[in-house]
Design a protein around this ligand. Structure first.
Ligand code: SAH
Length: 354
């Protein structure tokens, strides 16, 4: 039985991953003694990915005990794990302390392992073709909850993650402060040490926040979800566009490129009979030209629609996907067709909703 003192101490424990390294340094200043201890702590948390303070073996026992009285290292429960028999993609379902569910995906590859992580529970944008949009938005994920997805996947797979995609549940720009705090940790050599070119934030196009991200100039890659060539078409797919036009969003993309010298991806989900005609492909090429986005740092990612429950949309035939691609290519645009991963376990783009 715990006495009252112990219980209240327990309740006051803080989630260590919610703190930046600078905040953690302040929080432990009075107990660590020598300054170099903070680097050891950070190494255990982010590099060695320890799940309990007992493992911090180069710290004095007393300090380890004090740390575990004040902090905890994990908050998420993995409640389900499904692995694709097709390509090894693994989908994790996490439960938060307040009993909410969200998803992350491990994408193994020969040259690099990536993760696709969530930024919110549910999604306020509610794109008509996306299953995350069918889940009622409840709240932003905290800095720690975003980071812990990566740590838990690394712990579980015993693999190092070297690429991070903010393409899971939610609109990352609407959780801006936490996302930028996470980006700092991903880029820091003392924490994750992931190269800026291996981190991509995907946004539906929240223009002022794309500009703020550009001004922060972290150099990470940006993807913007355009999906349509005129406003009427886009409104059908993305009813809640926050008032930003295709023109505004493409200009924000251009601003991002200019400020960061990074790369820009234009995402375009291809849906049969909605936005996949030859005329649409020509219009998309024209739009990119008009916005000065015909350059080698800009690439179009065509994402053939991945089926979701309750959607009346269909995936176009292979032939029409190729035709769309070729029209863009003939117009001098770098274009890729995104290969769906983990379709047998509902882990592909847009399938992280149930
Ligand atoms: N909120 C972010 C991240 C979304 S997921 C954004 O809007 O960009 C990454 C990409 O998958 C987005 O371009 C998204 O529009 C797309 N997507 C969503 N549902 C899809 C589906 N059912 N099939 C294919 N792509 C989908």
């Amino acid at each position: 039985m715990m006495n009252c003192m112990q219980l209240s101490k327990q309740n006051r424990r803080k989630y260590i991953l919610d703190m930046t390294s600078a905040q953690l340094k302040t929080a432990v200043k009075s107990i660590i003694g020598q300054d170099y201890r903070i680097n050891q702590i950070i190494e255990w948390v982010y590099v060695k990915r320890a799940i309990s303070f007992e493992y911090f073996t180069n710290l004095p026992k007393e300090l380890r005990e004090q740390l575990s009285e004040r902090f905890f290292l994990r908050i998420l429960k993995t409640v389900k794990k499904e692995k694709s028999v097709i390509d090894g993609t693994t989908r994790y379902t996490f439960q938060t302390a307040d009993k909410k569910y969200f998803f992350a995906v491990f994408l193994p590859a020969k040259d690099k392992n990536s993760v696709c992580i969530s930024s919110q529970i549910g999604c306020p944008v509610m794109c008509a073709f996306c299953s995350s949009g069918k889940v009622k938005f409840t709240r932003n994920l905290s800095r720690g909850e975003i980071i812990e997805q990566i740590l838990q996947i690394e712990n579980d797979t015993k693999e190092k993650v070297s690429g991070v995609l903010f393409m899971g549940m939610g609109e990352p720009m609407l959780n801006f402060n936490n996302i930028t705090s996470v980006l700092d940790s991903l880029l820091s050599n003392k924490e994750f040490g992931i190269g800026k070119r291996h981190i991509t934030v995907s946004s539906v196009g929240i223009v002022p926040l794309i500009k703020r991200l550009a001004d922060g100039n972290s150099g990470i890659r940006l993807a913007i979800s355009i999906h349509a060539v005129d406003e009427k078409q886009r409104k059908k797919l993305i009813p809640n566009n926050f008032g930003f036009s295709i023109k505004d969003i493409l200009n924000a993309g251009k601003y991002y490129l200019k400020k960061t010298n990074s790369r820009l991806t234009i995402e375009y989900v291809l849906i049969k009979g909605i936005n996949n005609s030859a005329a649409d492909a020509h219009k998309l090429a024209r739009l990119l030209k008009q916005h000065n986005l015909l350059n080698p740092d800009v690439q179009v990612n065509l994402i053939p629609f991945n089926p979701i429950t309750d959607a009346q949309f269909q995936t176009p035939h292979q032939e029409s996907i190729q035709k769309f691609k070729n029209i863009l290519k003939l117009n001098g645009i770098t274009v890729n067709i995104r290969q769906a991963k983990g379709t047998d376990i509902n882990a592909a783009c847009g399938q992280l909703g149930h």
